[in-house]
Design a protein around this ligand. Structure first.
Ligand SMILES: C[S@@+](CC[C@H](N)C(=O)[O-])C[C@H]1O[C@@H](n2cnc3c(N)ncnc32)[C@H](O)[C@@H]1O
Length: 202
């Protein structure tokens, strides 16, 4: 059985090797991130977490959405990705936390929203990990699970095919979210993006 630290080591090794050129590999994604952030319908002064923030590509649009009175947090467990975020100046847009989203260092209900780009496929225990994100968000708050390409395009890029048990298939994701405290309100899976939005249930 894989232990929690095995899961961390695997993720950290994978992303440490990719951190330095992460942004330059995907230079045109900015507008797609801004559009996905808009789906959270954030307001001035809101508190939002970018879960698995990596190099912090979502932090500028998140900051723009909540304004200077809002709180923007970026949590990631790979130090090299956070170091790349600092080099890119993204620590000016939000507070970076070296943290596992499976155990958020936050009070229950303290967030208005969570944005998570490219994260869910890396979560070792999706049900409990999504429950932990729900714990951090107030009732009625929102979650966006995003990827700048859709499932089929991503699988092709990775040299694989999507299988029926794919976590992000609508028929799998909707009940998974329901069991972890979220009600899925929209789902888009097209070549140019994957975006599922959910609301925190009471
Ligand atoms: C595919 S990258 C996406 C990075 C960034 N969100 C983006 O869109 O560019 C996934 C990120 O999630 C982080 N990650 C994976 N599992 C995590 C966990 N349990 N807690 C915190 N971060 C995690 C990885 O370190 C990596 O930086």
């Amino acid at each position: 059985m894989r232990s929690m630290s095995d899961d961390h080591t695997h993720v950290q090794e994978f992303f440490t090797a990719r951190a330095a050129d992460w942004d330059s590999r995907f230079p045109d994604d900015g507008p797609a991130y801004a559009a996905a952030v808009a789906a959270l319908e954030l307001r001035e002064g809101d508190r939002v977490l970018d879960a698995g923030c990596g190099t912090g590509r979502a932090l500028p649009p998140l900051r723009a959405a909540v304004g200077s009175s809002g709180v923007v947090l970026g949590a990631d467990l790979t130090p090299a990705m956070l170091q790349a975020a600092v080099r890119a100046g993204r620590d000016q847009e939000g507070r970076l936390l070296l943290a596992d989203v499976a155990a958020l260092p936050l009070r229950s209900g303290s967030l208005d929203a969570v944005f998570a780009a490219g994260l869910i496929a890396h979560l070792p225990h999706p049900l409990t990990n999504l429950r932990e994100l729900a714990r951090g968000v107030r009732r009625g708050g929102t979650l966006a699970l995003f990827h700048p390409v859709g499932r089929v395009a991503l699988a092709a890029r990775q040299g694989r095919r999507i299988t029926p048990d794919d976590l992000r298939a609508e028929g799998n994701l909707r009940p998974l979210l329901a069991r972890s405290g979220w009600r899925m309100t929209s789902y888009v899976d097209e070549d140019a993006r994957f975006l599922a939005v959910a609301v925190r249930e009471g």
